[in-house]
Design a binder for this molecule. Structure first.
Ligand code: HPA
Length: 266
């Protein structure tokens, strides 16, 4: 039987996974640049781990090489990607400590390469983005979290800002009016590229703070990192249970959405 491969893209505060056995580090080359990964096994699955901001949190969200990361995971032929993302919350019910398994997103980025498709195949490609996050991977994470009694929220809208600054209270008020629930700086273009590559991808949004204007006082990166650090043991439990839960699926539209993924990337 073909091995089942799960990739974890770790956001702020998540740089390695102690539960991975047969642990190895390697670097792979893509058309977009080099990517450093960690790999190993968990139960009977191959796991790849990719710390989005680098091993020592030195790559800011607007400079992450998202295309290289997703192209590398596509070449490795992963079956599912679970991303984690620290976010600010705009909803009282999405308190810090809950896990929002987002199902929609809004792109408020300004200057990132947003696509793999640059006409290289000789035709224009418009990718369906009605389901920005894979329903099967989302369901597995929700089931895993509920079995652990973690506070799981099924669905939510992630708005992605350019960063690296935090938002103004006026922006947050507008985002809330638009229907966004949580705000972060990384899901775009990561979710777009995963969809263009036909990969099953879902994000665990982790509210670390109330967004600007809804909190008390100034926002600091230290509070975001401290909240992530505090949550890390429970988050690792959730990741382990999610990896166990994820099965080869067929009811999502991810593969079909990525059918034109450029051959020259492979
Ligand atoms: N805004 C944007 N990104 C974030 C926040 C926030 O309030 N908290 C954690 N990541």
């Amino acid at each position: 039987m073909r091995e089942f491969k799960v990739a974890i893209i770790g956001g702020s505060g998540l740089y390695r996974q102690s539960f991975i056995e047969n642990y190895k580090e390697f670097t792979t080359d893509t058309r977009y640049g080099k990517v450093s990964l960690k790999t190993g096994t968990y139960q009977d699955k191959t796991v790849y781990f990719l710390p989005r901001h680098g091993d020592s949190h030195n790559v800011p969200p607007h400079l992450v090489n998202y295309r290289a990361n997703i192209a590398a995971l596509k070449t490795l032929d992963v079956d599912a990607i679970i991303a984690t993302a620290a976010v600010g919350t705009m909803r009282r019910e999405m308190v810090p400590g809950t896990r929002v398994i987002v199902d929609q997103c809004i792109d408020f980025t300004r200057q990132r390469p947003l696509t793999f498709y640059e006409g290289q195949e000789g035709f224009v490609v418009h990718t369906d983005f009605s389901e920005p996050y894979c329903n099967e991977v989302r369901s597995s994470i929700l089931k895993a979290g509920r079995s652990l009694d973690q506070a799981m929220i099924d669905g939510g809208c992630y708005i992605c800002t350019e960063g690296p600054r935090f938002e103004t209270p006026a922006e947050i008020k507008m985002f809330k009016d638009w229907g966004a629930d949580v705000v972060g700086m990384t899901s775009i273009p990561e979710a777009i590229l995963a969809r263009e590559a036909g990969l099953c991808y879902a994000t665990i949004a982790l509210p670390t703070n109330y967004a600007a204007g809804l909190n008390n006082g100034l926002l600091t990166q230290e509070e975001v990192l401290a909240a992530m650090e505090k949550d890390r043991p429970q988050l690792e439990e959730l990741l382990k249970a999610s990896i166990t839960e994820i099965k080869p699926g067929s009811s999502c539209s991810c593969k079909e959405a990525g059918k034109y993924y450029p051959r020259e990337n492979q």
